[in-house]
Design a protein around this ligand. Structure first.
Ligand code: BGC
Ligand code: BGC
Length: 657
């Protein structure tokens, strides 16, 4: 049985690896072909990567793309968006009572109050008094920020800070509209900025489960744990369709397959927000989700973070739109614009994609938030000045330093008509609609809302049991020579590798800190490392466990479990140029080979945020497992590695690459 599973999986793994390498190769050839099309010369403009293709630099920039009316569009070269080729979905019907409230509020607001609603500064750059004075619509904690500057502030402080900012937003002059401020947080695999929260596998592992119901449950739990600490909104899920695993955000996406991402995206949005049309939608323990990063973030040339997607418009649509369609149908009310661009133009100013496609074709009725300082990456813009982005359809600006400058510029640009007042009113209406739907207008302080202050829910046994199940379901068996797995828990087990007893490594980026680096075991009051999980299982059955990071031993073990893989990273710092694991210095391979040479059967457990070329490591092991970035519940790994004490199978593998 196990041997059969092994032979199937190992073939799949090899095919996949070869296909990946082939893809890279094909991509390079395709680009070379494009840049040599005579008389087209669009490569420089839409590729925006002149340094990488010197030949392309010499090509003239096109003067105009033929209009659709005049002649058929040449999608191979066109840099324009043609909304009519995108799927048309009507928006969900609006609730007249909500619309009446939106209009009433809007009619009472001054321009300054409206612009304030469109702002979302990092709490590191504001005081509660700023929330009052500038009528700020939203705030966030960036990946490196916590209440009073403390990333490791206790959960109580997060909730107290939420109340403080809320009070500041409600502290208005008599007769002025009081609109609660919203707080967004990167709860991308659990409410993982908060010490003690349940930490789920990163999305790449959830994608491997093929279990949307479990993803929905994970969304529900994540939302509850966010509500415990008083935030309203998570910048998740990332619904990137990842086409080049060299991208440093590969692990934030569910899959490379648009249909699979679509299913998982819808499930996660439903879990986080509740079902649209039900009384619990966006409230009663649910939060606002953000589907990100619109659009094509996982399709940039060579997987460069925040880079440039060069697909034709139909390919952009077919590869990257299905998750947006599915998530919008599932009730998504917030979209985050991508730092990346399409054919040379940054998404933050792509009116065709943000307004004409997303809002007018895909039926998106919520609001679009810019990415963190994202307008600063637009040529011709700065972090505090980019009317083009508002005009393209950005409704709220996620910002940090210089937010006052941005606020002032938006006020001036709206007064002078650079940004039409109708655009401002549309943006503010979209934001107000979500606030009304979420119940926050009437629910009172964050600490008075359901689940708030229930600190016992953070990392509760019930929540962690779900995370542990997700770990089990996400692990992919790549090889199992001679049916080595499942191991008997009565064995003498050597546990080796620098990932074995390492919470930092198993939890990955976006965990307490932005990069996920710099954490210690003490930062994880709940949960178990993979070694701790193995130890608990084996010792309970009467076996013995020795932890030895470098694999050295005195008493010969029955089996060695070697846990190794990538160190944490987030965003661009995770970009790599080759998919080869440990190019140059094959430390982990040597460890595996050393154990094999000593005649010890080896189980390799590989921690990674993406598929990598590990054929030598697989060859140097008797059994191999892709464990992704499993999060806080290391016991989920041992669940699969060991049989019951009587030899019967406890859990079987179900994860798929
Ligand atoms: C990332 C977003 C994230 C935001 C806030 C940006 O750098 O691209 O995914 O939500 O920061 O931390
Ligand atoms: C991240 C933020 C982070 C900041 C640190 C941004 O790119 O998205 O979350 O706090 O950089 O400088």
């Amino acid at each position: 049985m196990q041997a059969h599973l092994y032979s199937q999986r190992s073939v799949a793994a090899k095919t996949r690896t070869m296909r990946k390498l082939a893809l890279l190769f094909v991509g390079a050839v395709a680009l070379a072909a494009c840049s040599s099309v005579p008389g087209v010369g669009t490569v420089k403009s839409w590729v925006g990567m002149g340094e990488e293709t010197p030949a392309a630099q010499a090509k003239p920039v096109p003067q105009a793309v033929p209009s659709a009316a005049a002649q058929p569009v040449d999608f191979a070269t066109s840099t324009e968006i043609h909304p009519d080729i995108w799927p048309l979905t009507p928006p969900r019907p609006r609730d007249p009572a909500v619309e009446a409230e939106v209009s009433k509020l809007l009619s009472q607001m001054t321009l300054e109050e409206k612009i304030g609603q469109m702002m979302q500064p990092d709490i590191k750059a504001i005081t509660p008094d700023d929330v009052t004075r500038y009528h700020l619509g939203a705030i966030l904690n960036g990946g490196s920020t916590g209440p009073h500057g403390d990333l490791r502030a206790p959960a109580q402080d997060w909730l107290a800070a939420a109340d403080t900012y809320y009070d500041a937003s409600m502290n208005v002059a008599p007769g002025r509209p009081a609109i609660p401020v919203m707080w967004g947080i990167d709860a991308v695999h659990g409410n993982t900025h908060i010490i003690g929260a349940t930490i789920f596998p990163h999305n790449i592992g959830l994608g491997a489960m093929r279990d949307p119901d479990l993803i929905r449950r994970i969304g529900e739990i994540t939302a509850q744990e966010i509500r415990v600490t008083g935030q309203d909104w998570t910048f998740a899920p990332t619904i990137a369709v990842v086409r080049d695993d060299r991208w440093g955000r590969t692990y934030e996406g569910f899959s490379e397959d648009p249909q699979l991402v679509a299913v998982d995206a819808a499930a996660m949005v439903e879990g986080l927000q509740g079902k649209p049309g039900t009384p619990d939608f966006l409230k009663n323990g649910h939060v606002l989700a953000s589907i990100k990063h619109y659009i094509g973030d996982g399709g940039t040339w060579q997987g460069v973070n925040a880079g440039n997607a060069i697909y034709s418009e139909p390919a952009l649509r077919d590869l990257f739109a299905p998750p947006y369609e599915a998530a919008i149908k599932a009730g998504a009310e917030n979209v985050m614009a991508s730092y990346s661009g399409w054919r040379g133009t940054k998404m933050h100013v792509q009116k065709g994609l943000v307004t004409d496609v997303l809002k007018d074709r895909l039926g998106f009725d919520g609001f679009v938030v810019s990415d963190y300082q994202g307008i600063g990456f637009v040529p011709g813009c700065t972090v505090d000045n980019c009317p083009q982005a508002a005009n393209a359809g950005i409704d709220m600006f996620m910002t940090a330093d210089n937010w006052k400058g941005l606020y002032g510029n938006l006020v001036n640009q709206a007064s002078s008509g650079v940004i039409p007042m109708s655009r401002i009113d549309d943006a503010v209406s979209r934001i107000l609609r979500v606030k009304i739907l979420s119940g926050m207008m009437t629910e009172g302080k964050p600490s008075a809302r359901p689940y708030a202050g229930h600190y016992e829910l953070l990392g509760s046994p019930e929540h962690r049991a779900v995370a542990r199940q997700a770990v089990r379901e996400s692990m992919v068996l790549l090889k199992n020579d001679g049916g080595l797995l499942p191991l008997s828990p009565r064995s003498h087990v050597l546990v080796a590798g620098d990932g074995a007893d390492n919470m930092t490594k198993q939890t990955g980026g976006w965990t307490i800190t932005w990069q996920g680096t710099g954490t210690t075991r003490a930062d994880f009051p709940h949960g178990t490392t993979i070694y701790e999980g193995i130890k608990a299982t084996v010792e309970a059955a009467g076996g013995t466990v020795t932890l030895s990071e470098d694999g050295s031993f005195k008493d010969r073990p029955d089996v060695a479990i070697v846990v190794f893989g990538e160190d944490p990273y987030a965003e661009g710092s995770g970009d790599i140029s080759t998919l080869e694991y440990q190019p140059g210095d094959k430390r982990d391979l040597r460890l595996l080979q050393r154990l094999q040479a000593q005649g010890v059967p080896v189980v390799a457990v590989f921690l990674s945020g993406r598929p990598l070329y590990v054929t030598p490591e697989i060859n140097a092991s008797n059994a191999s497992i892709a464990a992704w970035l499993p999060g806080s519940e290391g016991e989920g790994v041992s669940d699969l590695l060991f049989s019951n004490p009587d030899g019967s199978v406890a859990y079987d593998f179900r994860g798929k690459l």
